[in-house]
Design a protein around this ligand. Structure first.
Ligand SMILES: C[S@@+](CC[C@H](N)C(=O)[O-])C[C@H]1O[C@@H](n2cnc3c(N)ncnc32)[C@H](O)[C@@H]1O
Length: 211
């Protein structure tokens, strides 16, 4: 499945799930709040990749009420719900696939949660380059996302995906990377002061890199 097909798949899946999304994902608020907790004082211009209905933006706007947040998402229905939030006048929604739309420039931080565990390492390399380029010097990349425990589990996830993606049995198959792969990709892109932090979920980590 090509990247474009996978994005269409995501769009269809999240358009379908949008209405019940918050009920399921409220239990992930710990990982979402970890993004806000890791941002430095004074953060103002933020890009959120795959912001969906904007759950992670509740703690964010509590701490940074004047922030300006651009949210890129391929699901119009998720973005529609986001734009009904009380903080919507501080949000610029961008409808489209991460690999297709422009990211803008000069962000203090790029954040993402639960949205980037569907890409091959080589595709992620392209994405991390876009993230790096859109940050101001010293800007922060924070990604709280699902992981595979190690590289064997990562290879197993991709094998399962390849075997089953066309079966119609699974509407959505995750292919998270191992922490060591994520760190390698961040290093290769040029990020420094990279850290990997545990979250309140066993299979989630908060990855941080500085431009
Ligand atoms: C699990 S939701 C996470 C939403 C939100 N960040 C949260 O934590 O509640 C993943 C989001 O990423 C979006 N997404 C997935 N693949 C994408 C892509 N290739 N381009 C843009 N958005 C994408 C989906 O539409 C969905 O809204």
């Amino acid at each position: 499945m090509s990247l474009a097909e996978r994005a269409l798949d995501m769009q269809a899946f999240f358009d379908r799930k949008a209405d019940g999304y918050d009920d399921v994902h409220r239990s992930f608020m710990g990982t979402k709040t970890s993004l806000t907790d890791a941002l430095p004082d004074g953060t103002h211009r933020i890009l959120d990749l795959g912001g969906g209905t904007g759950l992670e933006l509740f703690p964010l706007f509590e701490r940074f009420p004047d922030a300006q947040v651009t949210v890129i998402d391929v699901s119009e229905k998720m973005l529609d719900l986001l734009m009904k939030r009380p903080f919507a006048n501080h949000v610029q929604p961008v409808f489209g696939d991460f690999f297709e739309v422009g990211f803008g420039t000069d962000y203090d931080a790029v954040i993402s949660t639960s949205a980037l565990h569907h890409f091959e390492p080589d595709d992620k390399r392209i994405l991390w380059r876009k993230v790096y380029d859109c940050l101001r010097p010293g800007g922060l990349f924070l990604n709280a996302d699902k992981i595979s425990k190690n590289r064997t589990a990562e290879a197993d996830a991709f094998a399962f995906y390849r075997e089953n993606k066309d079966s119609g049995e699974y509407p959505h198959i995750d292919t998270p990377l191992a922490p060591s792969t994520e760190v390698q990709l961040l290093e290769d892109t040029g990020f420094h002061h990279i850290t990997v932090t545990l979250t309140d979920r066993d299979n989630y980590r908060l990855f941080r890199g500085v431009k």
